[in-house]
Design a protein around this ligand. Sequence first.
Ligand SMILES: C[S@@+](CC[C@H](N)C(=O)[O-])C[C@H]1O[C@@H](n2cnc3c(N)ncnc32)[C@H](O)[C@@H]1O
Length: 270
Amino acid sequence: MTPLSPTTGSTRTADDYLAFCDGLFKLCAIDLAQYKRGQMERRIRSFARRKGSDDLVDYLGVLKVNNDELEDFLDRMTINVSQLWRNPEQWTVIGGKILPELAEGNRAVSAWSAGCSYGAEAYTLAAMCKEHIPGSRATIKGTDIDKRMIERGRRGHFSADDARSAPQALLKKYFDTVDDGIQAKRELVSMCSFEVGDLLRMRVPAGRLDLVLCRNTVIYFTDDVRNALHTRLAEALRPGGYLVIGSTERVQDPREMGLTPTQPFVYRKS
Ligand SMILES: C[S@@+](CC[C@H](N)C(=O)[O-])C[C@H]1O[C@@H](n2cnc3c(N)ncnc32)[C@H](O)[C@@H]1O
């Protein structure tokens, strides 16, 4: 990380953001230096201001002593927006083409939802596996930096709003309607596992995975960090495996990573 100036006097106002990043890293091991400064700083400053702090070092002091405030802040910062069958056009490709190819000959399919938030992506993939490759064993690991999201993911419970883009027939087949929303059926829950992990630091076994979904997660990273992460995700794939990214994202230099684009948001490992 960038060396930081002491957090007192004029230096403090000169770059209280850097001092805040350093303090937050010590407090909860989240390294904001890896994220694009512009939008992250704007988001943090407006959040701190709404909480009554114009100075980020003062706000850091609040986070250090008030756990509820820290939770609130992390909620805001990590932006956990997700939904079932998010970007339906991607799921059409995943279900119609990618999964059948990966499972040819009843091969087991091992997938990773990297930056899974509260699990909507992982359970959507589980339902698509049941629907499109019913004869194959499929396992899906979801990881996220936010432990509260991982706890939610393990429950497999979603709001009605989470299902707004979901195909009704599949929703009915693989989820139960419960009083306060919808619940993934046991057969999906048993396919999914969830773990807290920082994508920028976690160890990733090379050459083993069939499918990696990393959608709507790298948009906050600096370009260098994003490229390094895409390289590691590509390394995690077996030859013939697929990387799926968000609809508005791109892999900067796919061939360098041994990836061939097959759709604007899909890359196949050579
Ligand atoms: C917008 S959500 C995307 C969820 C899902 N992939 C989707 O497309 O619906 C982004 C997620 O990335 C997670 N995230 C951000 N930085 C991360 C990091 N360094 N390591 C792991 N997860 C991270 C956030 O906590 C958040 O849950």
